[in-house]
Write a protein that binds this ligand. Structure first.
Ligand SMILES: [Fe+2]
Length: 324
């Protein structure tokens, strides 16, 4: 068993907590399923988007990465894992955004300058890319395809949240210019009933959120993610992919990456971090002191007795969520 799977098994059960899982869980679909089942048992609800590693395919089976993407979304539906936007309380909604990367994320970056193979284990049909190069994952049409999948969730975002973000953006700009906010907002209606929207994507939405090697700048994310975040009225965005931790405010939105990563990663974070509903650091769970989760142990014991149990439908979320 891998160290990360063992880590998941040892997470304490937190049934009042909603987990935001920003992808790159595994390549193998059986491992994706067993990991999601495990997390489903630990948390009250799990929101998830597939990353690039999930879309690696075994070329001998003849299926494309689009087939695998759809299979994973269907798996999530079956397990009760959330890939669609939903309110987790009256005050807070979570909106998963599907995404990919293209060369437009960084100012001045072009693929010609830093061309390198990446995600060649994926396969993309002509109907998505319009080209015959099925293994070139850096074709911009792939990011455009995933962006279009988000259209409905973006167009139906809570209007009060969108308006509240516009106001926060204006205030942020005023603060950046060194003026006081109070003098400018005197006649403005404050949207104190707007819900908090937390968006999530696997890929990086802004160049400021990736301080890593230049050669990877073309495979980190794309600017369209940022546009969709702001059109959702999100005030916090959770992302993954780079394995580099990030927690910073930019133009009135908090950008958060809290990577588990590989066991050898420098930025590895073994304690979850809270994005909403309390202090971000003090509520983090110290798994080194936590007892082994009894529910997880019981499941493992049951599976050991009857391996067929692994394929049974998972429980649905204990935490009530409502579509927005
Ligand atoms: Fe990734």
């Amino acid at each position: 068993m891998g160290q990360n799977m063992e880590h998941l098994r040892q997470l304490p059960a937190c049934e009042e907590t909603v987990l935001i899982l920003a992808g790159d869980l595994a390549c193998n679909i059986e491992t994706i399923e067993s990991s999601l089942r495990l997390l489903q048992q630990k948390f009250g609800a799990v929101f998830y988007v597939p990353g690039n590693h999930e879309l690696w395919i075994n070329k001998s089976d003849g299926l494309s990465s689009i087939h695998k993407f759809i299979a994973i979304i269907e798996l999530c539906e079956r397990l009760g894992i959330h890939t669609r936007p939903a309110f987790i309380s009256e005050e807070c909604a979570v909106c998963p955004l599907f995404s990919w990367y293209k060369e437009n994320l960084f100012d001045g970056f072009t693929r010609e300058k830093f061309d390198m193979p990446f995600d060649t284990q994926t396969m993309w049909p002509w109907d998505i890319t319009g080209s015959g190069d099925t293994n070139d994952a850096q074709q911009s049409e792939i990011a455009d395809f995933f962006q279009r999948l988000n259209s409905r969730r973006v167009s139906t975002a809570p209007a009060t949240a969108v308006e509240a973000l516009r106001q926060a953006e204006a205030e942020w700009k005023i603060l950046q210019e060194g003026q006081t906010v109070s003098s400018r907002r005197a006649n403005k209606k404050v949207h104190n009933k707007a819900p908090t929207v937390i968006s999530m994507s696997h890929f990086v939405p802004r160049q400021e959120c990736y301080p890593g090697p230049r050669r990877l700048c073309g495979v980190m994310g794309c600017r369209e993610i940022e546009t969709q975040i702001r059109n959702l009225g999100a005030t916090c965005h959770v992302f993954g992919h780079s394995h580099i931790a990030c927690d910073r405010m930019l133009d009135a939105i908090r950008y958060l990456q809290h990577p588990l990563g590989y066991p050898t990663d420098y930025h590895r974070k073994v304690k979850p971090i809270r994005a909403f509903g309390g202090d971000a650091i003090s509520h983090a769970v110290d798994i080194s002191k936590a007892p082994l989760a009894t529910v997880g142990k019981l499941i493992l014991q049951e599976i050991a007795r009857d391996p067929g149990k692994l394929r049974e439908p998972a429980r649905t979320s204990t935490r009530k969520v409502d579509a927005w």
